[in-house]
Design a protein around this ligand. Sequence first.
Ligand code: C5P
Length: 408
Amino acid sequence: MAEHRPPRVVLGVAGGIAAYKACEVLRRLTETGHQVRVVPTESALNFVGAATFEALSGQPVRTGVFEDIPEVAHVRLGQQAQLVVIAPATADLMARAAQGRADDLLTATLLTARCPVLMVPAMHTEMWLHPATVANVALLRSRGIVVMEPASGRLTGVDTGPGRLPEPAEIAEFARLLLERPDALPQDLVGRRVVVSAGGTREPLDPVRFLGNRSSGRQGYALARVAAQRGAEVTLVRAHTSEDLLPPASVRVVDTGTAAQLREAMVHESAGADVVVMAAAVADFRPADMVQHKIKKTDSGPPTLSLETNPDILVELVGKRAEGQLIVGFAAETGDENGDVLHHGRAKLARKGCDLLVVNAVGDGKAFEQPDNAGWLLGADGGEVELPPGSKALLASSLWDAVAHRLG
Ligand code: C5P
């Protein structure tokens, strides 16, 4: 049997206060089985000591090109890496990278790396918005480096605005995606407006009970995150989603609860959008009446629920769509005596009238509440693409490929 080699990741850490969060990024990468070599800049060591990085990574930490000369570390680290993540990436680090400098081990590593590079900026808002940084980010992106958008929120001291390091979970999600597929995050949706629905609707029975479903919203979040990173202006219309999910930085979030609220938000937000993706799990039925007080237990046995059908939002959006708008649906299917998953998927695509349909096989613990997904992408033009098993971000990247291709 071939020896299993864990992916080699270089974690670069530049000198900003967010360097302390690099420890959490490092922990997530090592816990998921990566072999991580931390390469801080000299200034990063003013915030976190080398001993911390060495203990967490189990590997030596060096900063300069004149250490480990016989190992030729300034060349080997980059050559052997399967992914370089720089978190935090300061304005200075990005400026040096844009210029192709090699004055420390991290920048030298960047020059020899031929693998994907993920830079995660963190700095004060003024520095992020400065024309010099804007130009450096554009240049790095044009060379294929993935530069994440910083999150907005509280920075050091009393300042707020864009410039915060995105959460370690988001960074780890993109790191995994780039290891699964190095070209998963091209800048091919710039200037496109995208609306994605996510999560499961909840239909109230009374003030404390509802009819819901097991959708976590993970796939919808991954779709929104990947589209935003590929340059789109994204609105995420969410129903109920798992509490550990973080709204992606730079995505506008609209909160809804019931199918009726989701419908209203989707109809409103879809006007003028280039792409609409219905990834939400919408309840097909709702209680005919929402009782204003809690339904009490009585001796006469359980109450009888009377249900009515919810509108099919996807069908309505297809009916209202503007010229050139692309609409994508999702279908969770199981096979039965009438046909397999794909057969049912094709029939659903025809019934809904959308341009693309992602078909997932469900049951046996597949898809729902899971980090991973797989399936097929069916096109109204007869196209059929298998979506290989992998992260939900990987499935999202395949869908956005098909969308970008169709948008031309
Ligand atoms: O018919 P089914 O629920 O399997 O279809 C799934 C697709 O239709 C998903 O894209 C879902 O978001 C959408 N849908 C909808 N309105 C409903 C039910 C489903 O838009 N009432």
